[in-house]
Design a protein around this ligand. Structure first.
Ligand code: TRP
Ligand code: ZN
Length: 883
């Protein structure tokens, strides 16, 4: 049941809880028809909160209350009230035991929040506000309690019963049921609660911590998936070691468990000692998982594990502080991925994600600060801004205070706040206290939304060997924030001379080839003396700040950076800037026969350079994404952007066919498949070449790709060949792609994760008739609207990754999305609201498209029972800009 008008929650209205919970004892009786949840809360009035006689208010959503008592006395109906998702008991003793029994129906829970069933098993998702769908509780992250959980279920079908902490007891009941009791010694907020019951098997291992304790590690899956756990286990052990070595963080319980669940709204969840994972984020096997999939899995396993400290031991005071745990933990998992793999390539991938998706969010109607100050539905705030931009903020702090002070700061943060629920302010203060740096102005990054712009200009005076770099910063208005103050921005700078990097000093510092400039004012000039020649500035090395930077580089400047810059990220970025120009001139209609000799010669040099790192070259061959091009344009014309990018890719394929072929055949696959940086890099470059070659649609390349598909011994190479033929080749009939799609389907029909790839490849085939393909696939026997992964693989992939299909001029793509959201919203509002993202930016499109997008949003707004999730997205999208 939904509120008629969702209420706004504001940070400014935060108040400490009136009641605290010392212990929670839960008892679940799981059943097919219904589940009983018995709860006993040891409550205590929070004297620090002030209000001495405030009523007891507990959250509870959709619960059937069967009994309620205080200190053993059943409550009369007149002594409590359960209305509008709140249980109110007007008068309770200062300390008391509240016992309730509620009845819930997990088998009917399609929203996948709270307790629900996924392919027969019982599982939970409580973050952020799912626990209130299980039992009555002050369901807010600043109430930390010690949990014990008893689970009773039929042995048949549910041999495995899991919750947190340590198993304390187990037993059998005479009726064929059994029970297990778990006790978690660490106080935790309700959002970290988890329970799992099912017919599961586990891969078991162990880890010895730095202080010599042995921790049991178990990954639970359905029996058919037991062969897909080894990689995740390895990633887990690596993460545990890394967190000890890099952050001094040791694991704190005797057992750490992961459970893989098929129906899951997001990637994974860090419940204390019992992480629950979307199968797509933990199950891995070379036959069904691509290299990108493997790396993603390692990153997510690390992410959830790292939450044990950044999130669980130190948690959030309220949901406005979400980035406290998410931004910091994304930063930590990115550091881990960089340390254990190809660091430059990982950084490039991160930046590409920021620029395409996070910048778009920051420039649209849902833009919000990293620490938002209001929301309607907190589920809508698990965003790229909170996660990815939040991680960039932590990264900038490290850039500003230095690696050593940063580590002292994190140690101080963890020791000062262990067991507490705190704020982003507490995090920044720990960094200040440990480093002695003033981060006062830096705090604006947490409260101001929008992507800052830096405009650079330079001057070189040969006579006195002086180089001046001028910077002007600004930040565009965002909803509710018309005016912005200048930010504190770290700008990592190098100066590239005609034959390489120059050493220089910054404000009297020692000579070095790189410095971190600190920008604070709206306009600044940095002066460098003793510079022997006019340099090309290498700006924002490593992407030292999440900003849009402009500098009027000549093509020769960019080529110099691509050739001589020692910063791998900056070399890639120079190539992206060069490519951007070529694409922008194509879009402006200047796309003649050979508009881009600069790009072609740069690509040729890359393909011929056998000493270059293949993984980096592969990244450099990828033209800027369509969404990034749109983000940079005044008015987004998705069809023109797609056409320009496509024709440029085709032109490159034509003029560099020999080089692509040569590079492709040089990189023959190794016999044994391993996910190591060298192999992954080689495969990524070979497959990048394959994709260019597919655009030619010639017989030779088709034969090569079909051969690759059939000869492939792993999903990376097989899927790359299939994708190239389906999406690159102008004619899928002649290319043989149709037959390969059938082959793929037959091979992988029973592997849900592989079949998702099959749905996505087709959903993203760029042509005007793609909508009809997608409609046909909705009727496929294996398509299920109830499984979020499948919805994302088909509907999500089409709407956010198929411009010609989704943005077709008659608006049918938009109406299709509207229809799907309308059906999905009553089932699963979280997933429905996320699907709407491509429509939110309608104002930036030309009227032809904007009208169609707006019409769909308006039709959704007119629905009688829209969820708060979709309501918020739809209303903010339609609101007057700046409002
Ligand atoms: N805390 C989870 C993470 O590590 C996010 C998450 C998982 C989540 N499942 C969710 C958030 C469901 C909201 C709803 O990033
Ligand atoms: Zn997280």
């Amino acid at each position: 049941m939904k509120d008629a008008q969702p209420r706004v929650t504001r940070l400014s209205e935060y108040r400490p809880p009136d009641f605290l919970v010392d212990t929670v004892d839960l008892r679940f009786e799981l059943g097919d028809e219904f589940t009983l949840v018995h709860s006993r809360l040891a409550l205590r009035r929070n004297t620090a909160a002030g209000a001495g006689n405030a009523p007891l208010l507990l959250n509870g959503q959709g619960l059937s209350l069967l009994s309620i008592s205080i200190d053993g006395q059943a409550l009369e109906a007149s002594n409590f009230r359960y209305e509008e998702d709140l249980l109110e008991v007007p008068s309770v003793p200062e300390r008391c035991l509240l016992e309730t029994c509620v009845r819930i129906e997990p088998q009917k829970n399609t929203a996948l929040e709270g307790l629900y069933r996924s392919r027969g098993m019982f599982c939970t998702q409580c973050e952020p506000e799912g626990f209130r769908r299980i039992t009555f509780f002050p369901d807010r992250p600043d109430v930390l309690a010690r949990f014990s959980t008893e689970i009773v279920a039929p042995r048949e079908g549910f041999p495995v019963l899991l919750s947190h902490g340590n198993e304390a007891a187990r037993g059998e009941l005479p009726d064929g049921r059994h029970w297990v009791r778990w006790e978690d010694p660490f106080p935790k907020p309700s959002y970290l609660f988890a329970l799992v019951a099912g017919d599961l098997v586990s891969l078991d291992d162990s880890f010895t911590t730095c202080s010599g304790r042995t921790v049991v590690l178990r990954i639970f899956v359905e029996p058919k998936d037991l062969d897909k756990c080894a990689f995740g286990m390895d990633a887990l052990k690596q993460s545990m070691r890394w967190d000890e070595e890099v952050y001094g963080r040791e694991y704190d319980l005797d057992i750490f468990m992961i459970v893989a669940v098929d129906d899951f709204n997001m990637g994974a969840m860090e419940n204390k000692g019992l992480n629950v994972f979307n199968t797509s984020c933990v199950l891995a096997h070379p036959d069904i998982t691509t290299d990108a999939g493997f790396l993603r899995i390692a990153g997510i396993v690390a992410h959830e594990y790292f939450h044990n400290w950044s999130g669980n031991r130190v948690t959030c005071r309220d949901w406005f502080q979400l980035s406290l745990k998410e931004g910091f933990t994304v930063f930590r998992d990115a550091q881990f991925s960089a340390d254990t793999g190809a660091s430059v390539v990982r950084r490039i991938e991160n930046v590409a994600l920021l620029r395409t998706a996070q910048f778009a969010e920051d420039g649209g109607p849902m833009a919000h600060p990293v620490r938002p100050d209001s929301y309607l539905e907190i589920n809508n705030f698990y965003t790229l801004t909170v996660y990815e931009k939040g991680a960039e903020l932590v990264r900038m702090i490290r850039e500003l205070v230095g690696a050593e002070a940063f580590r002292r700061g994190s140690d101080l943060y963890f020791s000062r706040h262990d067991g507490q629920a705190v704020t982003t302010e507490d995090f920044v203060r720990a960094m200040e206290d440990a480093s002695g740096r003033d981060l006062g102005q830096f705090r604006l990054w947490y409260t101001q939304a929008g992507t800052p712009q830096l405009l650079f200009r330079d001057e070189y005076d040969a006579a006195d060997a002086t180089y001046r770099l001028h910077v002007a910063q600004s930040c565009p208005p965002t909803p509710g924030q018309p005016q912005k103050d200048p930010m504190h921005v770290p700008v990592r700078l190098g100066l590239i001379g005609s034959s390489g990097e120059l050493a220089f000093t910054d404000a009297g510092s020692a000579k070095a080839t790189e410095h971190v400039l600190e920008l604070r004012d709206a306009e600044t000039t940095f002066v460098f003396t003793g510079i022997p020649e006019r340099p090309v500035p290498s700006l924002l090395r490593g992407f030292s700040a999440p900003v849009k930077a402009r500098f009027d580089y000549s093509s020769a400047d960019l080529e110099r950076l691509m050739r001589l810059d020692t910063d791998g990220f900056a070399r890639w970025d120079a190539g992206q800037t060069l490519a951007l120009r070529v694409l922008q001139s194509r879009m402006a209609g200047q796309g003649g026969a050979d508009p881009d000799s600069g790009l072609q010669s740069a690509f040729r040099a890359l393909l011929l350079d056998t000493s270059a790192d293949p993984a980096t070259v592969a990244q450099m061959l990828v033209l800027p994404a369509e969404t990034y091009l749109g983000e940079l344009a005044e008015i987004i014309d998705p069809l023109a952007i797609h056409a320009a990018r496509q024709s440029e890719r085709r032109a490159l394929a034509h003029s560099l066919k020999a080089e692509f072929l040569d590079c492709y055949s040089r990189l023959t696959p190794e016999a044994d498949y391993r996910v190591d940086p060298v192999q992954v890099g080689r495969r990524s470059l070979r497959n990048a070449c394959a994709h260019y070659l597919s655009l030619l649609g010639d017989a030779q390349c088709r034969a090569l790709l079909r051969e690759q598909y059939h000869a492939a011994r792993n999903m990376t190479d097989r899927l790359a060949a299939l994708t190239a033929l389906v999406q690159g080749d102008p004619d899928p009939q002649a290319s043989g792609a149709t037959a390969l799609l059938q082959d793929f389907e037959a091979r992988w029909r029973h592997e849900a994760l592989a079949l998702n790839l099959w749905f996505s490849v087709q959903a993203q085939r760029p042509h005007a008739g793609a909508l009809e393909d997608v409609r046909a696939l909705l009727g496929h026997r294996d398509f299920e609207l109830r499984n979020p992964n499948r919805v994302r693989a088909l509907i999500g992939a089409f709407c956010s990754g198929n411009a010609p299909g989704f943005h077709r001029a008659d608006g049918a793509g938009y109406r299709f999305l509207g229809e799907q959201v309308k059906v999905l919203d009553p089932m699963n509002p979280q997933v429905a609201a996320r699907l709407l993202a491509p429509l939110t930016r309608w104002r930036r499109h030309s009227p032809l498209h904007a009208d169609g997008m707006r019409a769909v949003l308006e039709s959704l707004r007119a629905l009688p029972a829209l969820s708060p999730d979709c309501f918020e997205v739809v209303n903010k999208s339609l609101a007057a800009p700046g409002g």
